[in-house]
Design a protein around this ligand. Structure first.
Ligand SMILES: *[C@@H]1O[C@H](CO)[C@@H](O)[C@H](O)[C@H]1NC(C)=O
Ligand SMILES: *[C@@H]1O[C@H](CO)[C@@H](O)[C@H](O)[C@H]1NC(C)=O
Ligand SMILES: *[C@@H]1O[C@H](CO)[C@@H](O)[C@H](O)[C@H]1NC(C)=O
Ligand SMILES: *[C@@H]1O[C@H](CO)[C@@H](O)[C@H](O)[C@H]1NC(C)=O
Length: 347
């Protein structure tokens, strides 16, 4: 009896100590450890939501670096989602399309992003961001994710410019561009707010990368120079987005719910100092059509390849006309990490 009593008081004492140290650790320095990641947006974060038949992300040579064959990512390997998930200590979440096939992976969250989409409808028949959030909301209604699950979750949102490509291909006017940019950012703002209101604790959103430096836009200068006109429009988008994020944070209780990932500076920094990241070729894409009517992954009726692939995808920043290689994403991710933006999620 006596020794038991002694043990009980020891346990009691440790509990008190634990409570006190816990009290000290809480407050603003307590770390937030996400256990789930929810992803919305386009090909920069999609990890395989399109069906095999419809998308070139399922054709050779996509996926040759990782996982070794086409698997629905728009790159030779890993994309931004994979690197960021790892940094936050969660597994890259299962694509929405595969949720029934891989129920054991639901615990990591879910990826609702579809390559080619925008906040508004684009040229492809896939869910725009509003619909992606609707799909998420339905799963919450179905009790696949509880309030507590969401309380320990993070969202990653990418809007990499498909709305703008669509605007241009629909003969949108130059004069109308600024007001179209405003409407895209306004729509982003309500999307971000809605994701948080559904219960997601923290929401990270990518700023727009320098569209004028994508091979699609530098091809006319034989991959030598970025198009400054395009990058000026990007800067306008990014300044509106930055204001929107600041405002959202001011409106909320917790002033650090929304975090902007500065992809513009990260891309630029790598493109301006490629050798720091062991990249030899910063503008020329690794995989490219043999002529302008073909793209990476195209074959003719006899299955003859109509594209070429560089010898070492690790030494190229861009994979195709719009998407970075795995090495490119890794370098961008490294820059994001040094900017502290990814750490902010963890407070
Ligand atoms: C998104 O798609 C849905 C379904 O096609 C459509 O009703 C809605 O208007 C679209 N939303 C936006 C913001 O474009
Ligand atoms: C959500 O997490 C916070 C701490 O980050 C906690 O105070 C709150 O009770 C949690 N709510 C739920 C529903 O789990
Ligand atoms: C845009 O303009 C071109 C040439 O002026 C025309 O061929 C094309 O059909 C137009 N596209 C749309 C979507 O209006
Ligand atoms: C740069 O992009 C704009 C549209 O954003 C286009 O009108 C212009 O022709 C491009 N300039 C060059 C040199 O390709």
């Amino acid at each position: 009896m006596g020794s038991n009593k002694h043990i009980f008081s020891l346990i009691f004492l440790s509990l008190i100590l634990l409570l006190f140290s816990g009290g000290e650790a809480s407050g603003q320095h307590m770390n937030f450890r996400p256990t789930k990641l929810f992803v919305f947006g386009d090909s920069y974060v999609d990890t395989g939501n399109h069906g095999r038949r419809l998308s070139f992300s399922w054709k050779d040579p996509y996926g040759i670096t990782f996982p070794g064959k086409p698997a629905g990512r728009f790159s030779d390997g890993r994309v931004l989602t994979d690197f960021i998930a790892k940094y936050w200590g969660v597994k890259s979440p299962v694509p929405y399309r595969l949720k029934r096939l891989m129920p054991q992976h639901l615990k990591n969250g879910m990826n609702f992003a579809y390559g080619g989409t925008g906040v508004f409808d684009t040229w492809i028949p896939a869910p725009n961001m509003t619909t992606q959030i609707d799909l998420f909301q339905q799963l919450i209604k179905d009790k696949l994710y509880t309030a507590t699950d969401l309380n320990y979750s993070v969202a990653l949102v990418s809007v990499a410019g498909n709305d703008y490509s669509h605007y241009i291909s629909n003969n949108g006017s130059t004069e109308g561009f600024p007001s179209f940019i405003s409407s895209v950012v306004n729509q982003m703002r309500s999307n971000l707010k809605r994701i948080h209101e559904l219960g997601v604790k923290k929401v990270a959103v990518g700023g727009l990368q320098p569209l004028g430096c994508l091979p699609r836009n530098t091809a006319s200068s034989t991959f030598q120079r970025c198009n400054d006109t395009s990058n000026t429009l990007v800067a306008f988008h990014n300044s509106l987005l930055s204001q929107a994020v600041t405002k959202l944070n001011q409106e909320g209780k917790d002033h650090s719910t929304f975090i902007l990932l500065n992809l513009y500076d990260s891309f630029m920094s790598v493109l301006n100092h490629p050798s720091t990241h062991n990249i030899q070729n910063q503008f020329q894409p690794c995989c490219i059509g043999v002529s302008s009517e073909y793209s990476c992954g195209n074959v003719d009726d006899n299955s003859v390849k109509k594209y070429s692939v560089c010898d070492d995808p690790k030494s190229a920043f861009f994979w195709d006309l719009v998407h970075p290689t795995q090495a490119g994403w890794h370098a961008v991710y490294n820059k994001l990490q040094t900017s502290n933006a990814l750490q902010q999620i963890l407070y």
